[in-house]
Design a protein. Structure first.
Length: 133
């Protein structure tokens, strides 16, 4: 498993950025635990490329899911936070991951989103977007 979480340098980062980073890590941890409970195995966390980052890459049987995790005050706000530009960056990052892991190229591939909000269970949106242009 690849874990590439590197916090912003606290001395240089604003308190808001540090808080957002910690919220993101917490949400990704909740999302990973949720996926594991559903039978997925986490292959990578915070996979970074020059094109973008994938929060979680998970596998269940012959499926590899590239998962974007969004934490907001409400599940609805989280759902609207995955923009088309961000989707494109995730798709590009997924192509880079597949190039580095060709053993997964023949698997079913899916782009999921997990929404996180206080006082709610995570909401897993299967096939939230696809790689078609």
């Amino acid at each position: 498993m690849t874990d590439r979480a590197s916090p912003p340098p606290e001395a240089a980062a604003s308190p808001e950025r540090v808080a957002a980073f910690r919220t993101g890590l917490s949400a990704e941890t909740r999302a990973a635990a949720y996926l594991i409970a559903k039978g997925y195995r986490i292959l990578a966390k915070r996979f970074k490329t020059p094109h973008g980052e994938i929060d979680l890459i998970a596998r269940r049987r012959n499926l590899v899911a590239f998962v974007e995790v969004k934490a907001r005050a409400t599940l609805e706000d989280a759902a609207f936070a995955v923009t088309p530009r961000q989707q494109r960056r995730i798709i590009d990052a997924a192509q880079a991951w597949l190039a580095a892991h060709p053993e997964h190229a023949e698997f079913e591939l899916r782009f999921d989103v997990i929404l996180i909000a206080p006082r709610h269970l995570p909401r897993h949106l299967l096939a939230a977007f696809d790689a078609s242009p």
